[in-house]
Design a protein around this ligand. Structure first.
Ligand code: ASP
Ligand code: MG
Length: 405
């Protein structure tokens, strides 16, 4: 008997009709002769509503109580899902994270799963139950309810698949799968049939935020192939798996990150510790820095540029002012509106000319390159924001992604 894990995101259980649809999908798997474990998220925007409620009572609510509060959303979903399955005439039992044996550390609101005790799950499956597990939550060594960070139900589903050695894991969502780029920006974007874990991770952190990144990291570590697929139709979606299972291409997808800003610090003394001081101040302000470029120095001074999210710009500036003065740097140049375009593909590890093809596509479209940053499987380029869409279309086309299938 095969074991199938299905995860339904908040949008796939947002109302009774959607819950019914999800229940039917679980029952269909069960009828096909499988053991079925279903992981659900909170309905629609419930988690946000809870956070908003708490914020009306306290500017900085206690983390433990926030976990207690946020976990309610998933608990509501599991009960309703079990009830929906009962209405179809099948057995189902709902389990909270704690009841399902999901043990975590004690870091409120971003707890990590330490261990999953699958005894209860196996016991219920053996009884012929469809087992519904609350995503996003677990329990620490002192029985406190913990949560796994926003989007954490994905992590629950993948971790359960690993612990149960599931034969299949389906992540149901409101998109048709992973695309070669954002279909809202490029009309001929194609659904990707199969993608590598690392490609998925890069694309997720680059704006294709379909799943919690941590869940993909866990899937990679434990080799859990999974499908991202729509709950609303029968599309197979996208299979996320090991490189060996894939057709090799140089570029699997292109992502555009808008809403970035570029900060350039002029005349930074070229001495050990200057960058450390600068980025320490930024980190203390909880600002994430993205692409960093330092120029070759001339006469002991250099320029340092980096990008941050536009939302973080003023916090970054505030944090920088004292350090700049302290180090005796020159002025800050701010470009409030830049975008970052990135190509991603494990194939570029062993191929030359990929960067050149990207630069050529940009040049042909008169897009100026502001900054470049690379990893083994990614090339990112910072450009002027207003050219973002043009650049995205040009690069997508240059790598033939419009006929990727
Ligand atoms: N309900 C939680 C959230 O909105 C967890 C999840 O949806 O995966 O972040
Ligand atoms: Mg959610």
């Amino acid at each position: 008997m095969a074991l199938v894990v299905q995860k339904f995101g908040g949008s796939s259980v947002a109302d009774p009709a959607k819950l019914k649809n999800a229940a039917q999908r679980a029952v269909d798997e069960f009828k096909a002769g499988n053991n079925v474990v279903v992981v659900v998220s909170a309905m629609g925007d419930k988690t946000d509503e809870f956070i908003d409620l708490a914020s009306q009572l306290h500017a900085d609510p206690a983390p433990r109580e926030m976990d207690m509060l946020m976990a309610v959303g998933e608990q509501m979903s599991i009960a309703l899902m079990a009830i929906a399955i009962h209405s179809l005439g099948y057995d189902a039992i709902s389990l909270t994270g704690a009841q399902a044996g999901v043990y975590t550390d004690n870091v409120s609101s971003k707890a990590k799963i330490k261990q999953i005790d699958t005894q209860r799950l196996h016991k219920e499956l053996e009884k012929g139950q469809i087992v519904i597990v609350a995503g996003f939550q677990g329990v620490d060594a002192e029985d406190n309810i913990t949560t796994l960070g926003r989007g954490g139900s994905d992590t629950t589903a993948i971790a359960l698949s690993a612990a149960l050695n599931a034969d299949r894991c389906d992540i149901f969502t409101d998109v048709d799968g992973i695309y070669t780029t954002d279909p809202r920006l490029v009309a001929n974007a194609q659904r990707i049939e199969k993608i590598d874990y690392d490609e998925m991770l890069e694309l997720a952190s680059l704006g294709a935020r379909v799943m919690q990144s941590r869940s993909v990291e866990i899937a990679k570590r434990f080799s859990v192939p999974f499908r991202v697929r729509p709950s609303g139709n029968n599309s197979e979606g996208t299979l996320v798996t090991n490189t060996e299972e894939l057709e090799q291409v140089d570029v699997r997808g292109v992502a555009l990150e808008e809403n970035e800003a570029k900060i350039t610090i002029r005349d930074v003394p070229d001495t050990p510790g200057a960058a450390a001081k600068i980025f320490n101040a930024i980190a203390k302000a909880h600002v994430n820095v993205d692409v960093i470029v330092q120029n070759v120095s001339a006469e002991g001074i250099t320029d340092l540029s980096f990008t941050v999210l536009q939302n973080d710009l003023s916090a970054a500036q505030k944090a920088l002012n004292p350090v700049i003065e302290n180090l005796g740097c020159g002025k800050l140049d701010i470009d409030e509106n830049v975008a970052k375009i990135s190509i991603v593909g494990v194939g570029m590890k062993n191929h030359t000319g990929v960067a050149e093809a990207m630069f050529r596509a940009l040049a042909d479209n008169k897009v100026n390159i502001g900054m470049i940053s690379t990893s083994e499987i990614r090339i990112s380029i910072v450009i002027e924001a207003e050219q973002g869409k043009t650049a995205l279309q040009a690069v997508h086309e240059a790598f033939g992604l419009h006929n990727a299938r």
